[in-house]
Write a protein of this length. Structure first.
Length: 259
């Protein structure tokens, strides 16, 4: 029962993590304009992975997608790739995990096959979570670097060079989603251990003792090989024990002794 609960909980947590990764990738507020020095402004700018938006004080919002790929920074494109890879692996892990659930019976699928599928989906969720966390962290590092560069330019008197941007809500959604996927993958890997059959988990050879109990007693005994032929006693004058000769050789009766 605990294995089923762990597997189902891992599936639910991983599903929330994958859904969060999709939402975070689609959101436009990965970076927002810093309003620390100018809290009242007529234009508010924010950017995402796919487009940049401008919101005016009247409430009108205009978004413009990025029409170029080569013109974007390399780290920006790496963040895109990491998020897409995480989403693809998460969706594949969900599909595999659905067929691996212990509460769902599909044909004559054995528990060993379900265990392998559960482990595979858990590894996919872990990789998806690491990709999401890495992508969001790389983008956050870019924001921190640009923020301090803009601050340095501002103190040097170049205030109109560029706007400063800070963390957007999509970053926090991505961090939480990556963590959920990671935790769900670990739970799936733990549930895999409970699905492995007992006979395949412990491969040991048992040796049984002999059926007969051999009792040993002290005292003089004669050691024999056990293969000695049974001696037969024969009666007759010719079969009496022959006397040994003086030189130590054994003498056998001849044919004249029987006459």
């Amino acid at each position: 029962m605990s294995t089923t609960i762990c597997q189902v909980m891992g599936f639910i947590v991983s599903s929330l993590g994958v859904a969060g990764c999709i939402v975070s990738t689609a959101m436009d507020m990965w970076s927002t304009q810093d309003l620390y020095d100018n809290p009242v402004t007529a234009v508010f700018q924010y950017q995402g992975l796919w487009r940049s938006c401008v919101r005016q004080s009247s409430g009108f919002t205009e978004c413009r997608p990025y029409f170029t790929i080569l013109g974007l920074p390399a780290m920006f494109q790496a963040v895109r790739a990491l998020m897409i890879v995480g989403i693809v692996l998460g969706i594949l892990g969900l599909l595999v995990c659905i067929f691996a659930l212990k509460c769902i019976r599909i044909g004559n699928m054995e528990n060993s096959a379900k265990a392998n599928m559960t482990l595979t989906s858990g590894i996919m969720f872990i990789i998806a979570g690491l990709c999401a966390i890495t992508g969001v962290s790389v983008f956050a590092n870019m924001l921190v670097t640009n923020f301090w560069m803009s601050t340095a330019n501002m103190y040097q008197g170049m205030q109109n060079i560029q706007n400063r941007y800070t963390f957007g809500s999509a970053l926090f959604v991505g961090w939480v989603a990556g963590g959920l996927s990671l935790v769900g993958g670990i739970m799936m890997c733990l549930a895999c251990r409970g699905l492995i059959p007992e006979e395949s988990r412990y491969k040991a050879v048992s040796y049984n003792a002999s059926g007969r109990n051999i009792s040993y007693r002290t005292g003089p005994y004669k050691v024999g090989s056990g293969y000695e032929p049974e001696t037969k006693t024969r009666k007759g004058a010719g079969y009496e024990e022959a006397a040994r000769s003086e030189d130590g050789r054994r003498s056998y009766p001849s044919k004249y002794d029987y006459v």
